[in-house]
Write a protein that binds this ligand. Structure first.
Ligand code: IPE
Ligand code: IPE
Ligand code: MG
Length: 250
């Protein structure tokens, strides 16, 4: 059997192509240490670095990370501002590592809503990393699943109005193609940290058949070994897509 250096436990022929992660628990991590929430977010960046490195090492092609939701705009301004500054600083600081590890950065969400310096820094990093081929890191920012579905409905509605498509021609593939995630395969695995067992408006359309993995680990504590556990758990599952076991295993 083909093996992955460093992780011989992993079945190399069953690596998820796309892993989506809801990085949750930064605030609780900080509170446990008696620190302000922003310190949890800062440590969260270290966990992001580790997770991306792991993904590149084991050959996961796409990782989508939920970094800031549409609803997170409702947090206190002091936290939102600190998060935006952390985003700018981190993207700049991590750029050499992204280049070294062959990571292509993409963004997903209503980027126009972000402060100008954030949007500019992200654009710069996207441009710089665009030819990297190992792993694509999709950062979901000012994103929510419903936002994207609404955007897609507007596009499809306009296309119907202009006669480019008939209403009865709208199917799975038309909707998928109208989403901002059209260029990525649907996630095979969705991970959420911090013990919460909900989706919080993440990739609603795309996770229709994703395997879901919840862990109590708070995001700043999430290491490569925790990621490995999630992959091994994923590899132990049978994905049936509505069929029977017999159909899948024959
Ligand atoms: C996740 O950690 C990061 C963001 C949502 C930006 P939280 O900030 O939600 O941390 P908890 O859930 O309050 O512990
Ligand atoms: C989900 O976490 C959003 C991100 C991880 C960016 P939240 O902490 O915002 O989710 P809820 O509010 O607990 O559902
Ligand atoms: Mg949270």
């Amino acid at each position: 059997m083909e093996q992955i250096t460093n992780y011989p436990q992993i079945q190399a022929n069953r690596i998820p192509k796309h892993v989506a992660i809801i990085m949750d628990g930064n605030g609780r991590w900080a509170k446990k240490q008696g620190l302000m929430r922003i310190f949890g977010h800062r440590r969260g960046v270290d966990a992001v670095r580790g997770a991306i490195e792991f993904a590149a090492e084991v050959g996961i092609e796409y990782v989508t990370m939920y970094a800031f939701s549409t609803e997170n705009w409702n947090r206190p301004a002091i936290e939102v501002n600190a998060l935006m500054q952390l985003l700018v600083d981190s993207v700049e600081k991590e750029l050499p590592a992204l280049m070294k590890n062959g990571i292509r950065l993409k963004t997903l969400g209503n980027i126009a809503e972000l402060p100008g310096n954030c949007a500019a820094q992200l654009k710069k990093a996207e441009e710089k990393t665009k030819d990297n081929e190992k792993t694509t890191l999709v950062l979901a920012l000012s994103y929510s699943g419903r936002w994207d579905i609404i955007e897609a409905m507007k596009k499809i509605g306009n296309n119907i109005k202009e006669g480019k498509i008939q209403p009865n021609e709208v199917d799975d593939s038309v909707v998928s193609a109208a989403l901002n995630t059209a260029q990525y395969p649907d996630p095979d695995l969705l991970i959420r940290t911090s013990g919460e067992q909900r989706i919080s408006n993440f990739l609603l359309w795309e996770i229709a058949y994703s395997e879901v993995y919840f862990t109590d680990v708070l995001w700043p504590d999430f290491t490569k070994n925790h990621f490995l556990d999630a992959i091994l758990d994923y590899q132990s599952r049978e994905r049936r897509f509505g069929k029977t076991t017999e159909q899948i295993t024959k």
